[in-house]
Design a protein. Structure first.
Length: 83
C-alpha cells in the first residue's frame, strides 16, 4: 500500500509543473484576444462586467511581467465565465 501511495504521489508531483506551464499560456496576447472575443459575445451584463474587470487586471499584470498576478486574475475571469 505504501508503494502505491508513493507512486501516486510522485506521479502527481510530476504533473504540477506541467499544469503551471499551461496556465502561463493564458498570459499571452493571443489568449487575451481570444478572451476579448468571448467577452464580446456574452449576453449577461453583470457577468460580462465581472469578467472584463478580471481580464483588465490580468492584462495589467501581464504588462508588468507579473505572471502570477496575471494567472490569478485570469483564473478569476475564467471562473466568472463558468469555465
Amino acid at each position: 500500500m505504501r508503494i502505491l501511495f508513493a507512486a501516486v504521489f510522485v506521479a502527481l508531483m510530476a504533473l504540477v509543473p506541467a499544469y503551471a506551464q499551461d496556465k502561463e499560456a493564458w498570459c499571452t496576447d493571443a489568449h487575451m484576444k481570444q478572451m476579448d472575443a468571448q467577452v464580446a459575445k456574452m449576453t449577461n451584463a453583470k457577468m460580462q462586467k465581472s469578467v472584463k474587470m478580471h481580464l483588465s487586471e490580468s492584462k495589467a499584470a501581464m504588462k508588468k511581467k507579473d505572471t502570477a498576478g496575471c494567472i490569478e486574475h485570469m483564473e478569476a475571469a475564467h471562473k466568472a465565465m463558468g469555465m
